[in-house]
Design a protein around this ligand. Structure first.
Ligand code: URA
Length: 436
């Protein structure tokens, strides 16, 4: 088999078989196929696409490049959630303990903030002492005893994705549905989930901004996930404004605690319950979404989910007392307020601009090696649809230092528009995709 023949075949729009795909992935990981040939294949895939069959073969070959989380001996079901990333998206934090409290185990491997999107690991690490690089034995113990654990990906999980993603990043081939599908799904399957609920965001703050692109990705994830023998569903959700009232690392921990105490913002709770309900359906604990939602609500009302979250914090080295002490007051000393310049209705709060301003503030990072600040971020007093009077505060920004605040402020100001008439607010849950 020759790499060049496979590249030409795909360039002509023909389907690759499983052996050809495996030859490429294995050869690349071993260093036998050079970057320039893999780049050429990636570009051919970008333009010609891949069938669900090919995407599943690519996912499997990438999965087989590394290790899988060993969950043997732990009773299931194991169901996870994957979000394509957004601004103020702290859903994983209340979701995992809620679902675990309902009897479905959640083996959660999360990522870090990158670009305008936040990362669950950075949020968790803002809890003093909290550790996210768990040894497999610790991860298993948490999963067994609390029903969930939160860790980062090890270098041994899907090494092919690390190499391929870095190459895609510099060859203009990130935005390819089959390549995104294989990248996301291979990592989710490696962590041992039997079922996955995908939260595919769409809107300005989303990876896939347009509805049609987001829907195509959702369908591809569902089709390929099913071919891989997984129970899958995708929910298309709106990411045109940040989720909740707080954006930041410790600020989002605070909002997650509010959710677990039954006083979370409406949008965050709506999405948490929706995704949680589907996780319970896939895990066989609820017959439908409506029953799943009632079970999730009970887990909040009984404080079962909150107690599991506390136990997880302690297990992963976090200082509960410090966390509670800092709650409501741990803010950067560098702050500025955005106030309404006229009477009217908030027509939009652009999630992308807020996310990018967040990078300046120190919530997120441009490069993987950058550090983030626990106390940077935004607290919104008002969201889209609210009426404001001239001079009324809409948001407070907290920056890691005064320069970052100066840089973020104009961008954040520009993200908020005020109009004379009330805007029509589109719903948060846009569509559910259960079949491809
Ligand atoms: N997220 C991933 O994990 N992979 C992609 O290719 C895109 C988004």
């Amino acid at each position: 088999m020759r790499a060049v023949d496979i590249i030409i075949k795909k360039r002509h729009g023909e389907s690759l078989d499983e052996k050809e795909i495996r030859f490429f992935i294995e050869g690349y990981v071993k260093g036998e196929i050079p970057d320039y040939q893999v780049s050429a294949l990636l570009m051919a895939i970008f333009f010609q696409g891949m069938s669900a069959q090919e995407t599943a073969a690519l996912t499997q070959a990438m999965l087989d490049s590394g290790e899988r989380m060993d969950l043997s001996g732990i009773p299931g079901p194991f169901i996870d959630k994957h979000s394509t990333g957004g601004v103020g998206d702290k859903i994983s934090l209340p979701l995992a303990p809620i679902v675990a409290a309902c009897g479905v185990r959640v083996p959660m491997m999360s990522g870090r903030a990158l670009g305008h999107t936040g990362g669950t690991l950075d949020k968790l690490e803002s809890i003093p002492g909290y550790i996210t690089d768990l040894e497999p034995a610790e991860f298993r113990k948490g999963l067994l005893e609390e029903g969930f654990a939160m860790t980062g990906q090890t270098a041994h999980i899907v090494p092919a994705d690390k190499k391929l993603y870095a190459l895609r990043d510099v060859t203009g081939t990130i935005e390819s549905i089959p390549l995104i599908t294989a990248s996301i799904l291979s990592k989710k399957v490696a962590e041992g989930a039997e079922g996955i609920v995908f939260d595919v965001k769409c809107g300005s703050g989303a990876f896939m901004k347009g509805y049609d692109d987001a829907k195509a990705l959702a369908k591809s994830l569902v089709a390929t996930g099913k071919k891989m023998g997984k129970k899958v569903v995708a929910v298309l959700t709106n990411m045109s404004q940040p989720l909740g009232y707080k954006v930041g690392n410790f600020l989002e921990i605070e909002e997650a605690l509010d959710c677990l105490e039954g006083k979370g913002p409406k949008d965050v709770m709506e999405l948490t319950y929706w995704l949680g309900a589907w996780m319970l359906v896939l895990g066989g604990k609820a017959k439908d979404v409506s029953e799943g939602k009632s079970l999730c609500e009970e887990a909040i009302e009984s404080k079962a989910a909150l107690n599991l979250f506390y136990r997880n914090v302690v297990r992963q080295g976090g200082n509960l007392e410090e966390m509670q002490k800092k709650r409501g007051s741990w803010r950067s000393e560098y702050s500025m307020e955005i106030r309404a310049d006229k009477d009217g209705y908030i027509a939009s709060i652009d999630a992308l601009k807020i996310g990018l301003a967040g990078v300046y503030l120190g919530v997120g990072r441009n490069r993987t090696e950058d550090s983030v600040s626990p106390t940077a971020g935004f607290i919104f007093d008002k969201k889209s649809g609210y009426h404001v009077s001239k001079g009324e505060r809409i948001a407070t920004l907290f920056g890691k230092d005064s320069q970052s605040l100066e840089a973020a402020f104009p961008l954040a100001l520009n993200a908020i528009s005020i109009e004379n008439t009330a805007p029509s607010i589109s719903s948060l849950i846009l569509e559910e995709i259960t079949v491809s």
